[in-house]
Write a protein that binds this ligand. Structure first.
Ligand code: NAD
Length: 495
């Protein structure tokens, strides 16, 4: 990071920071560090755009969001290139991320009015003279703070739904992927005639913190680590700004005795290693029932051995991320785990080849903490009950996967987490109608689906008197009326 002072020395130009290609360390771009004043100015501008956007109404907003969806399709290759440049992930992974994003945007645009539009609800017997209506107006300006691992898909889980709900957005992308954030925001600009409906502020932690503290923010939607989420919440507490926090996970995949073992192994390997394991809902732990453990593990070994860093998977996003993977591998092996694919030597600079370790003690860091790397722990369990117990023993509760031919949904129902894929992996994230989010250390609140739209609104209840009735909420009420009312309640609810 640099701070430059102009020749007069009077007005310092903004500090800047570089984004790098994690494969090579080459500089991809140089971006301003937006300070508190710049962030506040962006939020103020967004306030005006939010009023315009809200007043447009659902139909006009939908038309513009559909135009944005088309623009994203047209710019798919440019955006994919921007993602690859700052994350190093394979081009097809970047494309897949964009395909899913476009589908979510489409769903949010098409469903906002149905989910959020004003509707009448029953006033109930006691209030029969009232018309009751419910509406979900937007919050105004939503601040979105994003991570680097899926630099379009993840923040768009908040941005697309917040915009569809009628809000303006100020987006702070990760300092590792600011160029992607800028490229994404650019795609909307023309469609809204350059209005500051979706703005980007770039910078490090301080820029994110400034966004949390900015007056005029209706909600902060944060996606990132649990440790940062706590700091975000503390900053938001100053203004009582509501927060949605999507944090890390330690997702388990359970393999039942009757599972399709090839499909389960394929899912474990993809779920654990895709994006070099840097997926919040990636598979980090596998619990396989003893009876099929040997055959399942052989299938996993066969598949994982073919995955190479620098080909099927990209690099770690940062040196610190590779350091965490190395620490987890070393700890698992030191405590008696057995590497069946790779080992300590698999961590080589930013590139980490897949590591699969079996029989890892449940209290080792590789089982307890989020690894966020291409490390898969495979532990045998006597039965599914024990698998469920261990899966639920984590402080995290984001997603999970279950492979079972006969009782997938029953096992899923016993898991304490936000999302479960049955006979698949991460499939829930690609279904726009399903809410996405976790419990415990994985956070709270939901993006995607109807819940994801409502997340960026405030429910507003209106009761309108349609015709007068003798009232009990008046100092002139009659005793006889209260008696009749109590009689009615006895009749209706007392039996
Ligand atoms: P991170 O917590 O380091 O950073 C996330 C964002 O927060 C960045 O934009 C960063 O600049 C900003 N930030 C940092 N300090 C801040 C502060 N004090 N105030 C405000 N903002 C601040 O996370 P990361 O390393 O970018 O992402 C990886 C983590 O994200 C993993 O734990 C992963 O599991 C999680 N994640 C979760 C989901 C989900 O939907 N649940 C999705 C993707 C990633």
């Amino acid at each position: 990071m640099t701070t430059t002072v102009t020749s007069s020395g009077a007005h310092p130009t903004p500090a800047t920071f570089e984004s790098l290609d994690p494969r090579t360390g080459d500089v991809v771009g140089v971006h301003p560090v937006h300070d508190e004043a710049a962030v506040r100015a962006a939020v103020e501008r967004a306030g005006q755009a939010a009023r315009w956007w809200h007043e447009l109404g659902f139909a006009a907003r939908r038309r513009r969001l559909e135009a944005w969806r088309k623009a994203l399709v047209n710019r798919l290759e440019d955006l994919a290139a921007a993602i690859v440049a700052e994350t190093g992930k394979p081009l097809d992974d970047a494309r897949l991320e964009l395909v899913l994003t476009i589908d979510h945007l489409d769903w949010a645009a098409r469903n906002a009015e149905r989910v959020l539009g004003p509707r009448r609800v029953s006033p109930g017997l006691l209030m029969a003279n009232q018309a009751a209506t419910l509406a979900y107006p937007p919050l105004g300006v939503v601040g979105v703070i994003g991570p680097w691992n899926y630099p379009v898909f993840t923040p768009m889980g908040s941005i697309a739904y917040a915009l569809a709900a009628g809000n303006a957005v100020v987006f702070k992308p990760s300092e590792l992927t600011p160029g992607v954030g800028i490229a994404l925001v650019d795609t909307l600009s023309e469609i809204v005639d350059g209005r500051p409906l979706l703005q980007v502020v770039t910078g490090l932690a301080g820029t994110g913190a400034a966004l949390c503290r900015a007056p005029g923010i209706g909600k902060i939607a944060f996606t990132g680590s649990t440790a940062t989420a706590k700091r975000v919440m503390a900053a938001c507490a100053e203004n009582l700004t509501p927060v949605l926090v999507e944090c890390g996970g330690k997702d388990a995949l359970i393999v039942d005795a009757d599972a399709d073992l090839r499909a389960a192994a394929d899912a474990a390997v993809w779920g654990g290693l895709a994006n070099a394991g840097q997926t919040c809902v990636g598979v980090e732990r596998v619990y396989v029932v003893e009876a099929v453990a040997e055959r399942f593990t052989a299938e996993v070994v066969e598949r994982a051995s073919r995955v190479r860093a620098g080909a099927e998977i990209g690099p770690m996003a940062s040196p610190s991320q590779a350091g965490i993977v190395a620490r987890h591998v070393e700890d698992a092996l030191a405590r008696g785990g057995r590497a069946v694919v790779g080992g300590v030597g698999s961590v080589d600079g930013p590139f980490v080849d897949p590591v699969v370790i079996v029989d890892v003690p449940e209290d080792s860091v590789a089982v307890v903490e989020e690894t966020f790397g291409p490390l898969l722990v495979v532990n045998r369990v006597p039965d599914v009950d024990e698998a469920v117990r261990r899966a639920n023993a984590s402080g995290y509760g984001l997603g999970a996967a279950v492979f079972s031919k006969r009782r997938g949904p029953q096992i899923a129902a016993r898991l304490c987490c936000g999302m479960v894929a049955v006979n698949g992996v991460i499939s829930f994230a690609g279904i726009p109608a399903l809410p996405f989010g976790g419990v415990g250390d994985s956070g709270f609140g939901r993006i995607h689906g109807e819940d994801g739209l409502r997340e960026f609104t405030r429910p507003q209840a209106v009761a309108r008197r349609r015709f007068p009735l003798p009232s009990v909420t008046s100092f002139r009420r009659q005793g006889a009326l209260m008696k009749a009312l109590v009689g009615l309640v006895r009749l209706r609810h007392g039996r």
